[in-house]
Design a protein around this ligand. Structure first.
Ligand SMILES: [Zn+2]
Length: 407
């Protein structure tokens, strides 16, 4: 089977060139035009290897503005690329077109540093990963084993903000697949992410009453002071339950020191390591808001909730890890994995019952920063790894992992 992978020995230059072309276009999650241009480069590459493409509309996504208004934010749709719809075994492969770098961010250029790494926005997270996926499918499709397996690729465009607009597409495809392969970057040494924390975003909108701070101070109801009570109550949850964290990350409010502020917006991210942890967080937060105990005439409303369910490394997912490890050993790679507090679309796939390994992209690091890099030798290395995993399952050499229980 390994002999099928030979074409990938000479793939590095092509993969690097492609990734550099893709990374040269800004595709920050809010840059819909840049995402469109990126998709216009990437989608035809998948169509050229026989996948048919369909664009799925984004689900409506709302956000609380700094002024406390709930507004809809425009999001790009997700692309679904598929072949062999009749196949009774299906592999779901996912990647995201967006990056964390907005159009006006200073980090826009990709360069080959000449030291065996690329340095540029999205080279690891995860345009390099989409390139790995593309090459793995290309080689897989040329083997006789491909005819028994259907492939679905989901390329979404809002992963970096939590996949709110594309979660329905991921869940839909995850329900009809046997395994999931997500092409987020591996650590520089090749270690994969195992169990993943779950995450929730919460926005507290605190409303009071504006007044002149000198003339009518007593008529004012200070929303920032109200927010301070909210923050204290939420922050007090830290330390009450192991493996849960509540991070008050952003606060906005007030216009001038001589005005009693009528609005304050507080944004918080929560993490938990088990479904029960997340449920506890969610209940506690809702109870705090329900108490409305933040000062006279202060009203607090809540927006948001859990958006990334916890991913455990058990059952079919663990079986799939073992398979990836065996494929790696066959290729002379030692594959380990470790738990992480980060989240990705692998969380969503697991929640829909799909065993998945979610760091099958290039090896790289410093992601989400202007020091992001990808290791060049890992491009063909990881394409071989992904393709070999597909071949081991499609050929019957290894059993398909069971879908996750309770889903
Ligand atoms: Zn990513």
């Amino acid at each position: 089977m390994k002999s099928c992978l030979a074409p990938l020995d000479a793939a590095t230059d092509r993969m690097v060139a492609r990734t550099m072309d893709w990374c040269a276009i800004n595709s920050g999650t809010d840059n819909l035009e840049g995402i469109r241009r990126t998709a216009d480069l990437i989608i035809p590459e998948f169509e050229a290897i026989g996948l048919t493409s369909e664009e799925q509309a984004p689900a409506p996504v709302t956000h609380v503005s700094d002024g406390g208004e709930v507004i809809e934010i425009p999001r790009a749709g997700a692309f679904v690329l598929s072949n062999r719809p009749q196949a009774n075994r299906r592999i779901l492969m996912t990647g995201h077109l967006d990056t964390v770098f907005p159009k006006d961010h200073h980090f826009q250029k990709i360069v080959d540093r000449g030291d065996g790494t690329l340095h540029g926005p999205g080279c690891a997270d995860m345009k390099g990963g989409i390139c790995v996926m593309l090459e793995a499918i290309t080689v897989f499709e040329k083997t006789p084993y491909a005819e028994h397996v259907g492939i679905d690729v989901v390329l979404n465009a809002d992963e970096e903000t939590g996949s709110h607009a594309s979660a329905h597409v991921l869940a839909d495809k995850a329900r009809s697949a046997d395994i999931g392969m997500v092409f987020e970057p591996a650590l520089p040494d090749g270690t994969l992410a195992g169990a993943r924390a779950g995450s929730g975003h919460y926005t507290f909108t605190v409303k009071g009453l504006a007044a002149h701070a000198g003339r009518e101070f007593d008529k004012g109801r200070n929303a920032i002071v109200g927010a301070a009570h909210v923050i204290a109550a939420v922050n007090a949850l830290n330390g009450q339950r192991e493996n849960t964290t509540m991070n008050i990350g952003v606060i906005t409010g007030g216009v001038a020191t001589n005005v009693v502020p009528d609005t304050c917006v507080v944004r918080m991210n929560a993490r938990g390591r088990s479904p029960a942890d997340l449920q506890w967080v969610d209940e506690q937060v809702r109870n705090i808001v329900a108490s409305q105990n933040f000062g006279q005439d202060i009203e607090v409303s809540l927006h948001g909730g859990i958006h990334r369910p916890v991913k455990t490394n058990t059952g079919g997912t663990l079986a799939l890890f073992e398979l990836v490890k065996a494929a790696g050993a066959d290729l002379g790679l030692e594959i380990g994995w470790q738990a992480t507090g980060g989240c990705c679309d692998g969380n969503n796939l697991a929640d829909a019952g799909l065993p998945n390994v979610d760091t099958l992209g290039v090896r790289g690091g410093n992601i989400h920063s202007d020091k992001e890099f990808a290791v060049i030798e890992s491009f063909s290395e990881r394409a071989k790894l992904a393709c070999l995993v597909m071949l081991m399952l499609a050929s019957g050499a290894c059993p398909w992992p069971e879908r996750l229980k309770g889903n």
